[in-house]
Design a protein around this ligand. Structure first.
Ligand code: CA
Length: 224
């Protein structure tokens, strides 16, 4: 999941970025309203975390302009306790939710999941293939009844594979989607992660789900 954070307070900005990255999110962040607006309108994100008082374009005008341009990007406003009017105006302008500072990162993550779920309509929170299930809300992964512990990056990789069953993903695509690298890191990063994931997912199972397509990439085998 790709998140844009526009927040001018350096400390809060970096706490949010680090917190989200630790949970497997891919994060772009900026402390300036103009740069934020440019990013929001030129790149694609799953959710925008938007502060109200910002240098350059303020949060509410960013939101207003996005909605005028019919950008449907889900927006979570970060507001100070005193900013009641701004909060109400933000919701009227089409913000999806707000959080009052200070907040816990887990709370922000819960809100992100809620607004992106809502945005996608009845998007399912459980992905599965064969007897493998992945709950995107509780972040539980099971093969049959066995619970499998994954690191955030392994979780992101598996989610990506499960969202495109039967389709071959190249190493470059995986790098872009899971690591946000738009270059070939020139290492066997993807191979190493796929191997680790495969060991956890397919280790002792009779049906192997992660398939290597030699010289191309990987695919999730989706047996009927
Ligand atoms: Ca601010």
């Amino acid at each position: 999941m790709k998140v844009l954070v526009i927040e001018d307070e350096k400390k809060i900005n970096s706490l949010i970025r680090k917190g989200l990255e630790a949970h497997g999110f891919v994060v772009d962040s900026t402390q300036h309203g103009d740069e934020g607006y440019l990013l929001a309108t030129t790149r694609s994100y799953d959710v925008l975390i938007l502060d109200i008082m910002l240098p350059g374009r303020d949060g509410l005008s960013i939101l207003r302009n996005l909605r005028e341009k019919k950008v449907a990007l889900p927006v979570i406003l970060l507001t100070a306790r005193s900013e009641l009017n701004e909060r109400l105006e933000g919701l009227n302008l089409g913000a999806d939710d707000y959080l009052t500072k200070p907040f816990f990162i887990d709370e922000l993550i819960a809100r992100i999941h809620a607004v992106t779920r809502r945005a996608a309509g009845a998007i399912q929170s459980i992905l599965s293939a064969s007897d493998l299930t992945m709950n995107l809300l509780t972040r539980e992964v099971r093969r049959g009844t066995t619970m499998i512990e994954l690191t955030p990056r392994e979780f992101a990789l598996l989610e990506h594979l499960l969202r495109t069953p039967g389709r071959v993903l190249t190493r470059v695509q995986i790098c872009e989607q899971v690591w946000d690298y738009n270059f070939d890191p020139g290492t066997n990063l993807v191979e190493v992660y796929v191997q680790r994931l495969r060991k956890k997912i397919d280790g002792s199972a009779s049906v192997k789900l992660i398939e290597t397509i030699r010289g191309v990439g990987y695919r999730l085998n989706a047996p009927a």
